[in-house]
Write a protein that binds this ligand. Structure first.
Ligand SMILES: NC(=O)c1ccc[n+]([C@@H]2O[C@H](COP(=O)([O-])OP(=O)(O)OC[C@H]3O[C@@H](n4cnc5c(N)ncnc54)[C@H](O)[C@@H]3O)[C@@H](O)[C@H]2O)c1
Length: 441
């Protein structure tokens, strides 16, 4: 930041000084998988942090020092709440006293696969009500390129304040990977791009106080597109390997062995793994934010649509595998007892959003199967006809077929191989185990 005279300091310099001295009051809107770890990180760095969420239950839990997110241990959070560094509320008027606000609200898709911007709009409407000079606002929710400058900026400029001069606006994609023991909010490099150079600089300064590596880029649009490239890259590569898995299945080749051997190439290859379908709040959704936006420019995102189609077929493919497995013992799916091992969308976490397990269960139920599930991280799931409570793994011996959908580390696979009559393994969890009753993807 430029240096200003002590008598008339530039808004940016005042804010920069507050950020450096850790007297800036930090706000995080949306205390979910992204927002809560971020709020905790800033409280740990010594800032006074207020989390704002519509869910009263979440705010109450934060204020009791209790975490509801797997990657945030209560033991780390409770002392921050006790020291008054972290609190939460449902009342947006606290924004009057805040210097920075990070927006971490959901960005799902509508049924038509169009972006659902209602959460961002609702959050920004509230921020705009209590907006004041000298604020830094950073959007972290994954979204289409242009959102920050085309949607958020006009809402904030209605105040009459000028971006880059009176207030500062950035986009910074969130890359958190729930359940990842090595990389978490603090040590994942943080990309940030501002509406003006002063915005980018304040965004860089803000993140560099609490996070290890900050990567400034030249605009909010670049920062928005970075996230979509990363997730589209993953989605398309998973689509490719799912297609290879279907091909290998048709040719009787073990796709897992193929990938393992290919991955020994020290350059030009990166392993991706097939599975029962995409899940979570990112990979199945984010690429469609990009394809929606590019459609407006007359460009069709054909790779994205194709990978979306192939990945979307995987639950059907797994159900066909279950059918084939049951055929071997001359049982129809209808009336068979089928147990799903793992219902969260990936291993060792409790998030079931968009989980392929839910699609597989739905398809099997439609064919008349009797479904149960086991998941050490999930007690209950909501299905079309109501809730379903988890069972004990020992009940695997009483069912006709077990389908390993999510390969949690806590499962006792040796016991499962002993107990189960038939196993469909969609994750290669039983790598190296040879038995006629095992059917692999
Ligand atoms: N979960 C991930 O692994 C991940 C990773 C990278 C990026 N993201 C992106 O981050 C964003 C947030 O995702 P998440 O997984 O943390 O979602 P989440 O559903 O876990 O949390 C969002 C929170 O926002 C709250 N909320 C909704 N509307 C609100 C409003 N108007 N005001 C205040 N609070 C509101 C909800 O009650 C919820 O607690 C999304 O855009 C997502 O795509 C998520």
């Amino acid at each position: 930041m430029s240096s200003a005279s002590a008598a008339f300091p530039l808004t940016a310099d005042v804010l920069a000084e507050k950020i450096r001295s850790r007297t800036a009051r930090v706000g995080v809107v949306g205390l979910g998988y992204v927002g809560l770890p971020l709020a905790v990180e800033y409280a740990e760095a010594g800032y006074h942090v207020v989390g704002i969420d519509l869910a009263e239950g979440k705010a109450a839990m934060v204020n009791q020092g209790e975490s509801y997110i797997g990657d945030v241990p209560t033991a780390a959070m409770a002392p921050l709440v006790a020291r008054g560094l972290l609190k939460a509320t449902t009342d947006f008027s606290v924004i009057r006293d805040l210097d920075t606000v990070n927006i971490c609200v959901p960005t799902p898709l509508r049924k038509t696969k169009d972006p659902d911007m209602s959460y961002i709009v609702a959050a920004c409407e509230e921020i705009a009500r209590y907006f004041h000079p000298g604020m830094l606002v950073i959007l972290e929710s994954t979204t289409y390129p242009g959102t920050t400058d085309e949607l958020v900026l006009p809402m904030l400029e209605k105040s009459g304040l000028k971006v880059g001069k009176d207030f500062f606006l950035c986009f910074s994609p969130e890359r958190v990977d729930p359940g990842n023991a090595k990389f978490h909010t603090k040590n994942i490099p943080k990309v940030v791009g501002g509406t003006t150079p002063a915005c980018t600089e304040l965004g860089r300064l803000f993140y560099s106080q609490a996070l290890e590596t900050v990567v400034p880029v030249s605009s909010t649009q670049v920062a928005e597109t970075v996230k979509l490239l990363e997730n589209t890259f993953r989605m398309i590569n998973i689509g490719l390997v799912n297609e290879i898995a279907i091909m290998c299945d048709g040719m009787g080749i073990n796709v897992w062995e193929v990938i393992e051997a290919a991955a020994t190439k020290p350059f030009g290859f990166m392993p991706f793994y097939p599975g029962p379908g995409l899940g979570g709040h990112c990979i199945p959704i984010d690429p469609f934010y990009l394809s929606w936006k590019t459609k407006q420019a007359g460009i069709e995102a054909r790779f994205i649509e194709l990978a979306g189609y192939i990945n979307g077929q995987m639950p059907q493919f797994i159900v066909a595998k279950v059918q084939n497995a049951l055929n071997e013992v001359a049982r129809p799916v209808k009336g068979s007892k089928i147990m799903i091992f793992g219902v969260s969308y990936k291993k060792n976490i409790d998030d079931v959003r968009e989980s392929p397990a839910l699609d597989i269960i739905h398809l099997l139920q439609k064919r008349g199967a009797e479904i149960s599930f086991v998941d050490p991280h999930v007690d209950e799931i909501r299905l079309e006809h109501g809730p379903l409570k988890g069972s004990q793994a020992s009940a695997a011996k009483d069912v006709d077929c077990v389908v390993i959908v999510t390969d949690h580390s806590a499962f006792d696979y040796k016991a499962l191989v002993n107990d189960a009559k038939l196993i469909v393994d969609t994750r290669n969890a039983l790598k190296g185990v040879q038995a006629e009753k095992i059917f692999r993807l």
